[in-house]
Design a protein around this ligand. Structure first.
Ligand SMILES: Cc1cc2nc3c(=O)[nH]c(=O)nc-3n(C[C@H](O)[C@H](O)[C@H](O)COP(=O)(O)OP(=O)(O)OC[C@H]3O[C@@H](n4cnc5c(N)ncnc54)[C@H](O)[C@@H]3O)c2cc1C
Length: 407
């Protein structure tokens, strides 16, 4: 099948909190922005029953309704959503290509915001009972179906315990398998004390899943006691696994730099090592994976994408060119750089045959990077699309510029 080719400024891979925030920033900067989401708009957050720590919502919010607001805001800024998965990408060069089943999107910037997927326990027969057959990763989705039943939660982090508490509103019993010694949990203290006081919650300490058992559907989880080695079958109707997440980065392997466990490495501007490729949210190597930090990453990536496109255009259309030109790279916040600007403006008046371009590195550091200029102020001489030479800092004066133009 021939793919339909579409052109846009920015393609965001993933429509979770990070991707939608990046979309809001790009859309607001009037960039033609396409978000591609393979599953549910809202990502993992849409699966969270209750979000209590996202600022601005003192009463808390369901993950789904919070994500609906993000979605509405992104659409308001003209961001387009496509519900399909990204299957292949080519990130090299200026024209980047993102492929889905039907389309080939050509764009200037790609923002990777593909988030994470649940980590599996690795216990025997786990694959057999995944999704709809007894093992779930989403309390919001599967709680009602377990009304009056016995369920197990594996894990003791924030997601495990908070979702476990939510499950007690439906299930008659919530058995929590915790890896640690009695009383030791990975979640926050508020969730911990609420869970320990909940009559419907029962804790099995020092246990890990050894095997999932049943027929077409899960009936029991064999838990192994890590202290005694004893294995006990615990009958359950559904087992909710909340033991962390793995990054969705298979698609980008060997393209961008990653940690050994597959998280994408970026700098603080969310730039990967490939120009024009940014990364935001849970998929990135970082200290805290939450909605608030996904939003922060997304905002930076969206803003950086806008700067990158503006700088690329300025570089192509103004900085480089056939006709001789002097490019003054300066920092508008520096008094010395501003004073030098007036000297250069006088020099410009006496050289009408020369183009004179100013680039404020405070706003557009990318121009300096493209010209390999590390220190400002700096005057670079460009002729015939080539960098001929430069004069920097204290050396900048009319005589030095005359010498530069003789090269
Ligand atoms: C049960 C649960 C409870 C949570 N509770 C809280 C909480 O109370 N407070 C809090 O701050 N955080 C909470 N979190 C964490 C929060 O949800 C995440 O930090 C947040 O979702 C990260 O957003 P993201 O956009 O980086 O990634 P994600 O939300 O993972 O979104 C990534 C999106 O990319 C899509 N995608 C992946 N690969 C492709 C591809 N090839 N093509 C197209 N699309 C693709 C995925 O389908 C997904 O929708 C919770 C998470 C879970 C699972």
């Amino acid at each position: 099948m021939e793919k339909v080719i579409e052109h846009c400024d920015v393609v965001v891979i993933g429509g979770g909190a990070a991707g939608m925030t990046a979309g809001i920033y790009c859309g607001r900067a009037r960039l033609k922005t396409q978000i591609i989401e393979k599953a549910l708009v809202g990502g993992q957050t849409a699966h969270a029953n209750e979000i209590k720590n996202y600022p601005g919502f003192p009463e808390g919010s369901t993950g789904m309704s919070l994500m609906e607001l993000f979605h509405k805001q992104a659409k308001m800024f003209g961001v387009k959503f496509r519900l399909t998965d990204v299957r292949a990408i080519n990130l090299e060069g200026e024209d980047k290509v993102v492929e889905t089943f039907c389309n080939e999107f050509h764009c200037k910037v790609v923002i990777i915001a593909s988030g994470g997927k649940p980590r599996l326990t690795g216990a025997l027969n786990e694959e057999k009972y995944l999704y709809g057959k007894g093992i779930s990763f989403c309390a919001t989705c599967d709680a009602a179906a377990n009304t009056g039943k016995t369920v197990m939660v594996i894990g003791s982090g924030d997601a495990a315990i908070e979702e476990g508490i939510f499950l007690t509103k439906f299930a008659s019993k919530v058995i929590v398998s915790v890896l640690h010694d009695e009383g030791v949990m990975d979640c926050n203290e508020i969730a911990k004390s609420e869970a320990l006081q909940n009559d419907k919650m029962e804790f099995l300490w020092n246990t890990t899943a050894a095997e999932f058992k049943g027929d077409d559907h899960l009936h029991a989880v064999a838990l192994k006691n890590s202290k005694t080695g004893e294995i006990v079958d615990v009958p359950v109707d559904t087992c909710f696994v909340f033991i962390g997440y793995l990054p969705n980065t298979e698609l980008f392997r060997d393209m961008v730099d990653m940690t050994c466990d597959g998280y994408v490495l970026t700098n603080e501007r969310m730039e990967t090592k490939i120009p024009g490729v940014f990364c935001a949210g849970d998929v990135r190597d970082k200290f805290l994976r939450q909605v608030a930090t996904a939003v922060s990453d997304g905002a930076i990536a969206g803003y950086a994408a806008e700067r990158y496109i503006a700088e690329s255009e300025m570089f192509k259309n103004q900085i480089m060119g056939e006709a001789p030109r002097l490019v003054y790279l300066y920092n508008a916040t520096s008094k010395d750089d501003r004073e030098l600007l007036s000297i250069l403006e006088k020099y410009e008046q006496s050289h009408c045959d020369l183009l004179f371009i100013k680039a404020d590195v405070y706003k557009s550091n990318g121009i300096a990077q493209r010209l390999n200029v590390g220190e400002t102020p700096c005057v670079t001489y460009i002729k015939g699309n080539q960098i001929v030479g430069c004069v920097s800092c204290g050396d900048i004066c009319p005589t030095a510029l005359d010498d530069l133009l003789k090269r």
